[in-house]
Design a protein around this ligand. Structure first.
Ligand code: FES
Length: 371
């Protein structure tokens, strides 16, 4: 490899494909300072500079409702601002001695000139991290970030006719889409049906009302479920008779999404439906399990098809890298040098030569990890 290529090669697995110069600087740091960790130097200068991971700083916390806040984050090196509206990011906070991770939809539209992103977090009674974030995370807090991901996104160019159906915090990916459409000044014929228990709990209410005023093509239907009951899909024919001809994005509680999925299937228009489920449902993989060999540590263990490779390694004392333990942060990625493993979330099989996330993968037969 010549010097230029060597310097430009992605640093520590975090590449910025469209920004080779950035890679060059990071690559140089990574290689020249090895075996000392480049982060040791970078971190001293600026906590957002890291060759190993994406970081960000919370620059503003804005109240949306009594139970939801928007966190405006300035990402550090390597963040790709070309994400698609509707995608989500992983965010990790160091609390009580360990990293807590969750993923949240980006509420900012892509390519903000000021290079800031935002997520909007609603406190969930059982959600440790969301309660902490809504309850008062200090401005200036440094967080770890996982790159934007997800197929629940608005295509470019957008379709001519759109239907958004959301409830509760399901509105968060949609506001990103609406903001992006508004920024481009070219709002397609769009209907947005949003449900929330009361008026006070409608996130982005003023903004949505303003969008409706400024774009004659945009119709907002807010359903206050405590006073008006839940939105009946059967009323679509009467309210928006052309709903079958619209590309639909729906996000909200599982029950709502199931009902929508069934209705769209019954109407044979499921191809035009895009759903975002916040809860990760682990696919029933019926994985075979097998003997997992950790080649560097010279350890082996036999596991069933539901035990993650991360747990398998920890059970036999292998030092396994991990962060979120839920498939967000990529800290646990290691090379698979033989055999097959299965991604427990998607059911996708990986084979020799792939890099696998050990926290969400299980053995599909005998396999070897370079650890
Ligand atoms: S992706 Fe975070 S530990 Fe596996």
């Amino acid at each position: 490899m010549d010097l230029k290529k060597w310097l430009e090669a992605p640093a520590a697995g975090i590449s910025a494909p469209k920004r080779p110069r950035l890679n060059m600087v990071r690559g140089a740091f990574t290689r020249i300072t090895t075996p000392l960790l480049p982060d040791d130097y970078l971190h001293l200068a600026n906590p957002l500079w890291s060759a190993r991971e994406l970081r960000g700083r919370i620059v503003r916390v804005e109240k949306e409702t009594a139970t939801a806040v928007t966190l405006v984050i300035q990402p550090g090196w390597g963040f790709n601002f070309d994400y698609r509206p509707g995608q989500y990011i992983g965010i990790g906070l160091h609390l009580g001695g360990r990293w807590h991770w969750r993923s949240y939809s980006l509420t900012s539209p892509p390519n903000w000139e000021d290079k800031l992103i935002s997520i909007t977090v609603k406190a969930m009674p059982e959600g440790f991290l969301s309660s902490h974030l809504v309850g008062g995370v200090p401005q200036g807090t440094i967080v770890r970030l996982a790159a934007p991901k997800g197929n629940f996104a608005l295509p470019v160019p957008p379709p001519n006719k759109i239907l958004f159906v959301t409830a509760g915090s399901g509105i968060t990916p949609i506001i990103s889409m609406l903001r992006a459409l508004d920024r481009h000044g070219d709002m397609p014929d769009t209907v947005h049906i949003h449900s929330a228990p009361t008026e006070d709990e409608v996130m982005f209410a003023a903004e949505i009302a303003a969008l409706e005023k400024s774009h004659p093509n945009f119709t907002s239907h807010v359903q206050l479920t405590r006073s008006d009951g839940k939105f009946a899909l059967a009323s679509l024919d009467e309210l928006y008779p052309d709903w079958r001809t619209r590309d639909t994005w729906a996000c909200g509680p599982a029950a709502l999404l199931e009902e929508i999925e069934k209705t769209w299937k019954r109407e044979k228009i499921e191809d035009s439906l895009h759903l975002e489920r916040f809860e990760i449902s682990r696919a029933d993989t019926s994985g075979a399990g097998g003997t997992v060999t950790f080649s560097r540590s010279d350890k082996k263990t036999t596991v069933d098809g539901a035990t993650s490779l991360l747990e398998a390694g920890e059970n036999v004392g292998v030092q396994m890298p991990f962060g979120c333990r839920m498939g967000i942060c990529q800290t646990c990625v290691v090379p698979l040098t033989a055999g097959h493993v299965i991604d427990l979330r998607s059911g996708k099989e990986h084979s020799e030569g792939d890099r696998v996330q050990t926290c969400i993968s299980a053995a599909a037969g005998d396999c070897t990890l370079e650890l």
